[in-house]
Design a binder for this molecule. Structure first.
Ligand SMILES: [Zn+2]
Length: 493
């Protein structure tokens, strides 16, 4: 029976964000150990669930160690890493003679002292477990590093953005680890990093350049059976760290130099496609004038600059200001604002008040708007996903907790206020609060690509808008200090 230790730590770190990510943020989302990992994850569509399903069906003798995850946000406290690592170390001491280690990681985690969070985790593990295979499943937005290639043994990654295949990636990495343990062949990992960043909007898997790059990777795997997996990783551009950017990695049981050569055309294509990987958004006034020509909705006004799934605060007021300016009726926006929610929860439904809304976390996402509103509803903010395969489910399972929430109305605008910032990845978010998305004329959506699985099926039209924010698609607006230069699209190469 194969003895495997399973653990995970998942975070996508936005290093330009003023916020810090601490243990509290992990405890709010995922912070589990031992049996609790099984209770929480079995049966959902997270990568951990995929891993566990294979571990159960293949009869592994496995231990679930620490598993943590928090929503994308600012740099993660060192203390979080040390706390996770202390528990994993303890489990490693209790469970010796392991045949393999399996980790669920994101790949773009930055700690105060370690810009390559996953590289540091893998380095520590490798020092303890010697040549025991370490298999890792990564998010597609991983900023892959050469340290990760050096200390890890097998890598698999999501292939879909929105991430509808997180469970499948978990299944694949567990099957690969099983195969490697059985065959006793030690795989090697090779990686290549072209000098290019893609903004989140450039990383949707159904669009170019990702569609072609993913096809090239699948082609290589079918032509060269020694390649266990070729990962296409467009990276997370809002990390000002040396390992940021597009990368490709291959796990091979053959010749690593050949594998490296095979990755070269992918790297060249990624570099050539730098422009398609960085589509720019349209000024919001221009979008509103065009959108208002369409008589019926729902029309999606998509705001990558406050892309909650990419680590922004979710309290940007750019779209709300535009809805007010253009007197849009029957429209909705969702804004994270715990202070406004608290005020609303102290009042009766139907109350009228002047409420300061949004723009409170930092100075990057538009001003706080003081609006005369009517309180339309108050809830505990919990809802079940309508789409159990949504991008969201890969993060949190089926139940979402936005914290206490309230709906206020300003003229024809419904404003859903949440305590916890919650990415717009499922229609249940609005419907559970009494707002029927299909009946709206316009919907403000704080996302880059991950909203698509939920919203595209109901939207008559959609427009990307350029508003102020730390998720801007224009990477020239960020003052990078630590990425290798020159780098497209920032520099001419
Ligand atoms: Zn991702």
């Amino acid at each position: 029976m194969k003895k495997v230790l399973i653990a995970g730590l998942v975070h996508e770190t936005h290093t330009f964000s003023a916020s810090r990510t601490t243990l509290v943020d992990f405890e709010e989302l995922i912070w589990l150990h031992g049996e609790d990992v099984l209770v929480r994850c079995r049966g959902d569509i997270s990568p951990m669930s995929g891993v566990l399903s294979v571990a159960d069906s293949l009869g592994w003798e496995y231990t679930t160690s620490s598993y943590g995850g928090a929503l994308p946000a600012g740099i993660v406290d060192d203390a979080l890493l040390e706390s996770w690592w202390a528990q994993v170390q303890q489990d490693l001491k209790q469970h010796t003679n392991l045949d393999g280690i399996l980790l669920v990681l994101h790949g773009a985690m930055v700690f105060e002292s370690f810009t390559d969070g996953e590289g540091e985790i893998l380095r520590r593990l490798r020092n303890v477990v010697g040549d025991c295979p370490i298999a890792v499943v990564l998010d597609l937005h991983a900023n892959f590093s050469y340290d990760m290639a050096c200390y890890g043994s097998i890598f698999a990654s999501y292939r879909e953005n929105p991430h509808t295949d997180a469970y499948a990636a978990g299944v694949r990495i567990a099957q690969l680890l099983d195969q490697v343990i059985t065959s006793k062949k030690r795989p090697q990992v090779t990686a290549i990093k072209p000098a290019v960043l893609y903004s989140p909007r450039g990383t949707a898997s159904a669009m170019e350049p990702m569609r072609t790059l993913l096809q090239m990777a699948r082609q290589l795997e079918s032509e060269f059976p020694d390649l266990l997996e070729v990962c296409v990783l467009p990276g997370f551009a809002y990390a000002d760290v040396p390992c940021a950017g597009v990368s490709f990695c291959a796990t091979t049981i053959g010749d690593p130099e050949q594998a490296h050569r095979l990755l070269q055309p992918l790297a060249e294509t990624a570099l050539q496609q730098a422009e398609q990987g960085n589509p720019l958004d349209t000024p919001i006034d221009q979008v509103m004038l065009e959108a208002m020509q369409i008589p019926d909705g729902p029309i999606g006004i998509i705001e990558p600059s406050d892309n909650i799934g990419g680590g922004t605060p979710g309290d940007g007021t750019g779209i709300l200001q535009a809805f007010i300016k253009y007197k849009i009726k029957n429209c909705a926006v969702i804004i994270s604002d715990p202070v406004a929610v608290e005020v609303c929860h102290g009042l009766d439904i139907g109350s009228e008040l002047i409420l300061p809304i949004g723009g409170k976390v930092d100075d990057f996402h538009g001003p706080t708007l003081e609006l005369l509103v009517t309180l339309g509803g108050k809830t505990d903010g919990k809802f079940s996903l309508e789409n159990p395969k949504s991008h969201f489910a890969s993060l949190v399972g089926r139940r979402v907790d936005m914290g206490p929430s309230a709906v206020v109305k300003h003229h024809g605008i419904y404003i859903l206020l949440t305590t916890v910032k919650t990415p717009p990845m499922d229609l249940g978010q609005l419907r559970s609060q009494g707002i029927i998305p299909e009946q709206l004329y316009m919907i403000g959506i704080k996302a880059a690509a991950a909203y698509k699985a939920a919203y595209d099926p109901i939207l008559r039209a959609s427009f990307y808008v350029d508003t102020p924010g730390l998720g801007s698609s224009d990477l020239h607006r960020f003052s990078y200090q630590h990425i290798p230069r020159p780098c497209k699209p920032l520099d001419k190469i």
